[in-house]
Design a protein. Structure first.
Length: 339
């Protein structure tokens, strides 16, 4: 019986379930056939997500998908995230780890060191340093988060609109931001907050939003200007898309990454600024509990009772460092140039 003819390079493939060739064969140089698909089919079943850089069913991952994948593998993000999670939990429920009252003081125990049940000792007024340190986290986290949200929203809206429409609106915003950049933050806080009698956190938050939005506005403006020059924006405009649709559906998702990075890093700076203003006596005021207030009170006793300064200052340093580390990790994950 004569052998069947094969065209050069031809292959006969028998596909099984799912389109994976269980009997796919290819001719060899001698006219025989060999199975090439079994091992490949098993590999595809074990890795349904497709090759590197793709998601399920071989679809390419988005920027946010790649960023989350990188963050989960970054030990800096994991460590800083756990610290921040712990701070948020004790801010919401400080009684979980501190059963005392931060305002309850006993002058007979003033400046005493560590005692059973009071591991951080007592401050100059006889208050438990451990309890005040735990409750001080609530103030710092509240100020940092609220200020960051306010600055990000206000600055992003103004900067995004200026970058999208340009013209006179852009020039006006640029001159306004130049004016605000010329105001020293600490000096402005001394002047602005010295006339405020409220002991709550809201005047401090309002002041920091007032002087913090220009930085985010400039970042958002530059990001929107870059995004609106892409071809897909020109195509959407040619198809008759409205300005609001282009801003919300096309430009904002692709321009928000730099804003998130800068805002995350700045969050730690806002916490530090609140402590600085409280230390100078123009931020939060007693009976509010703040690390800045405790550091200011402990500075007069640093030789006789250093524990009064060590614990609130250490908590402040760890908190600021955690947010800065988180911002650095987010920046590395969202910056395509670092891949």
């Amino acid at each position: 019986m004569p052998e069947p003819d094969f065209d050069e390079g031809a292959a006969i493939s028998a596909t099984g379930a799912g389109g994976v060739g269980q009997g796919a064969i290819a001719p060899t140089g001698t006219g025989g056939a060999m199975d090439l698909a079994i091992s490949e089919g098993a590999t595809l079943e074990k890795n349904p997500g497709g090759p590197e850089g793709t998601g399920p069913a071989g679809k390419p991952r988005s920027l946010w998908g790649d960023a989350w994948r990188d963050l989960r593998r970054n030990p800096v993000f994991i460590i800083s995230g756990l610290i921040i999670l712990f701070l948020v939990v004790i801010s919401l429920w400080p009684s979980l780890i501190a059963s005392g009252n931060p305002l309850k003081c006993d002058l007979a125990k003033a400046q005493l060191g560590s005692r059973p049940g009071h591991p951080f000792g007592y401050d100059g007024q006889g208050c438990d340093v451990y309890t005040r340190t735990v409750y001080g986290a609530r103030t710092s986290v509240t100020v940092g988060v609220c200020t960051t949200l306010g600055v990000a929203l206000f600055g992003s809206v103004l900067g995004g609109l200026a970058g999208f429409f340009g013209g006179g609106w852009d020039a006006l915003l640029s001159r306004i931001t130049d004016i605000f950049f010329g105001i020293p933050v600490v000096l402005g806080g001394l002047v602005f907050l010295s006339v405020v009698t409220s002991s709550t956190v809201w005047p401090v938050i309002g002041f920091m939003i007032l002087l913090g939005w220009p930085q985010i506005a400039r970042i958002a403006r530059g990001s929107v200007i870059t995004a609106k020059q892409n071809d897909y924006i020109q195509a959407a405009r040619a198809l008759g898309a409205t300005n609001s649709r282009m801003l919300l559906r096309h430009i904002a998702p692709n321009a928000v990454a730099p804003v998130i990075v800068v805002a995350t890093i700045a969050l730690g700076t806002y916490i530090s600024l609140e402590a600085t203003l409280s230390y100078l006596g123009v931020g939060l005021k007693p009976p509010s509990v703040s690390w800045g207030i405790d550091i200011s009170a402990a500075s007069n006793y640093i030789r006789n009772a250093p524990h009064m300064l060590l614990w609130p200052a250490g908590a402040l340093a760890v908190t600021v460092l955690a947010f800065i580390m988180l911002g650095d990790a987010v920046r590395d994950a969202l910056d395509p140039k670092l891949r």
